[in-house]
Design a protein around this ligand. Structure first.
Ligand code: R5P
Length: 320
């Protein structure tokens, strides 16, 4: 079923990315007022008609996580009550994803709760990029289009033509992602055995693979406090690696992450704009790639009932 016109609405999480998506789609962004009442409650109003239309709400649930999540839920509620034909939550960075199972007593499964909240608010489908755990798709009983930023990041590294490349996973969880990059970029693969001591402190126990004399690409889905990837960078250098490049899809960058990235000896830190990145003062180190064209392509395909997975089988071969 084809709905009415495509409309793109955004909250305050990442309006620049929403504008990049609109530019690629060749449409103006549908204006929405997303403000706060004096007591901190969030107030939204979609400023254009949406009846019968195919509306995409672009909003990462990045810090401030709870405000951005509530903005998204309220925008969806407003759209549903305004009779939008179909509402798609485009959540480039899906927060609360790390709490995806009950691994000890008396803890929530936060990712499942967020999925329930989105569906209850009125979301008909979800588009997201590099979920922390792909199985979060199963927390939804509505269609989820899971996109990969690897094509965007790989293109950048292909252009650099780094010799003697070894792609290194900073922990076992990112090994599959790293293997895809190694295949695509023609490098070898090494894996770091990481132990998390505290929420913001990690320790490298060993590197599985010989990184001595190699140029390194460390790849992860997200950089949060920066502990995992910067400890991995330092461990690689101690083990005799040459240049160390860091890449991650989601630049959460909380706490001392920026300082850690600046001082870990990396040659370049490549990030995407699923979350806005402040590059002031680190212009020569940080390199931000836009996922706007990828999202626009996916939105266009969803709207015209064309395959989204085809986008990746073409671009993502070797990702299994
Ligand atoms: C771990 O499972 C993730 O892939 C990231 O490595 C981790 O969440 C990054 O966190 P931080 O930057 O705080 O070490």
């Amino acid at each position: 079923m084809i709905y009415g016109n495509i409309q793109v609405v955004a909250g305050n999480a990442n309006p620049k990315l929403a504008d990049a998506v609109c530019r690629d789609l060749g449409i103006p962004r549908t204006p929405a007022k997303v403000e706060k009442f004096p007591d901190g409650e969030i107030d939204v109003r979609v400023e254009d008609h949406v009846r019968g239309n195919d509306v995409f709400v672009v909003q990462s649930t990045c810090p401030p996580v709870n405000d951005n999540l509530i903005e998204l839920l309220l925008l969806v509620d407003a759209l549903r009550r305004a009779s939008a034909g179909r509402i798609t939550a485009v959540v480039p960075y899906f927060g609360y994803a790390r709490k995806d199972r009950k691994d000890e007593g008396r803890v929530p499964i936060s990712a499942k709760l967020v999925a329930n909240l989105l569906v209850t608010a009125g979301v008909h489908r979800v588009v997201t990029i590099d979920l922390h755990a792909a199985q979060i798709q199963g927390f939804f009983d509505i269609p989820v289009d899971h996109l990969y930023s690897s094509q965007v990041i790989s293109e950048h590294f292909k252009k650099l033509q780094i010799p003697d490349l070894m792609v290194v996973a900073p922990d076992v969880g990112s090994a599959k992602m790293a293997r895809g990059y190694a295949k695509r970029l023609g490098g070898d693969l090494a894996i770091i055995n990481k132990r998390r001591i505290k929420a913001d402190q990690t320790e490298v126990t060993e590197i599985i693979g010989d990184v001595a004399g190699r140029n390194i690409l460390l790849i992860d889905d997200m950089i949060s406090t920066g502990g995992s990837i910067t400890e991995a960078a330092k461990a690689c250098r101690r083990a005799g690696a040459k240049d160390v490049y860091i890449a991650a899809t989601h630049a959460v960058l909380c706490g001392q992450a920026r300082e850690k990235l600046e001082s870990c000896g990396a040659k370049e830190v490549v990030l995407t704009d699923t979350i806005p990145v402040d590059t002031v003062g680190v212009e020569t180190l940080f390199h931000v790639l836009s996922v706007g064209p990828l999202l626009a392509d996916a939105i266009d395909r969803v709207h015209h009932e064309r395959s989204v997975s085809a986008l990746f089988s073409r671009r993502e071969e070797g990702m299994s």
